[in-house]
Design a protein around this ligand. Structure first.
Ligand SMILES: CC(C)(COP(=O)(O)OP(=O)(O)OC[C@H]1O[C@@H](n2cnc3c(N)ncnc32)[C@H](O)[C@@H]1OP(=O)(O)O)[C@@H](O)C(=O)NCCC(=O)NCCS
Length: 237
């Protein structure tokens, strides 16, 4: 079991044992409790329990389990982080903006040599542990998800993740990937409400094929980011 270091307790450095694994049916009730915690629910934009999401936290836990898998991180028997892996529904080409004032920007994915795209969703780690200086739980979860994708997809699947513009996912995933993988930015009222932030989609590097694909996209991604910074303030509206 990996030991994650607590960095804030300089005088008394200590480690926290954290394990990441695929959740099974018996974990779902604890997962529902974890995601229903006010600080976890409210870490998302909009909150997971917000009616605009169209599914309750309980339904979210069930549906994503049925359609894919949950990876959970545990420390001393408690869930301290999770993510879901489900089939992605992203079009390979960038769709036209639905109407004036809405945003649909991105890069084409047609040259990504993958059979199927999966997506990470509901990625979160315990803010209390983060505040106490524990680092690495998010990376542990994504590493486990990558292993799951490589195993289940036999090396033929690709992985993306979506989030909201201005949220922590952008910096986190860039750090994990070691390369900028911003693929899409779009207005998403169905998911984030009529005045919510833009949705952003990032690629996740699972293997060398992905790294080479994202490397080939760097000029397009740089252009995408330039257009985005010209069009929008930092709050992503
Ligand atoms: C995004 C999130 C899951 C990251 O989890 P975490 O446990 O803090 O991540 P880790 O400690 O494993 O970080 C791994 C690396 O990424 C870096 N990192 C983490 N968040 C970052 C950010 N927002 N910007 C830049 N780098 C970041 C860490 O410093 C660490 O770098 P290191 O390798 O140099 O030490 C966490 O911030 C979170 O739960 N946020 C709230 C929910 C959310 O926004 N979810 C995403 C939308 S689905």
């Amino acid at each position: 079991m990996p030991e994650l270091k607590m960095t804030m307790q300089d005088e008394n450095p200590t480690t926290v044992p954290v394990e990441a694994r695929t959740a099974n049916l018996t974990d779902l009730e604890n997962l529902r409790h974890f995601l229903s915690r006010e600080d976890i629910d409210g870490a998302f934009q909009p909150a997971l329990s917000d009616l605009v999401r169209g599914v309750s936290i309980q339904e979210r836990v069930q549906l994503k389990f049925q359609n894919g898998a949950w990876i959970i991180a545990e420390s001393n028997g408690n869930i301290v982080g999770c993510l879901a892996i489900v089939p992605a529904s992203i079009p390979l080409e960038v769709p036209p903006a639905a109407q004036d004032g809405t945003v649909s920007l991105g890069v084409s994915l047609t040259r990504w040599q993958v059979e199927k795209l999966m997506e990470l969703s509901t990625v979160v780690t315990d803010p209390k542990l983060r505040a106490a200086g524990v680092k690495g739980i998010g990376k542990l979860l994504v590493d486990e998800a990558i292993q799951w994708i490589l195993h289940e997809g036999k090396g033929n699947w690709g992985l993306i993740t979506d989030s909201w513009f201005g949220g922590p996912m952008g910096g986190f995933i860039k750090r994990i990937n070691g390369i900028d993988t911003l693929l899409r930015v779009y207005t998403d009222p169905g998911k984030r409400g009529p005045h919510g932030p833009l949705t952003t989609v990032y690629g996740v590097v699972c293997d060398q094929r992905d790294r080479e694909f994202f490397e080939s996209l760097q000029p397009d991604i740089a252009t995408l980011e330039r257009v985005l910074s010209l069009q929008h303030d930092d709050d992503g509206r």
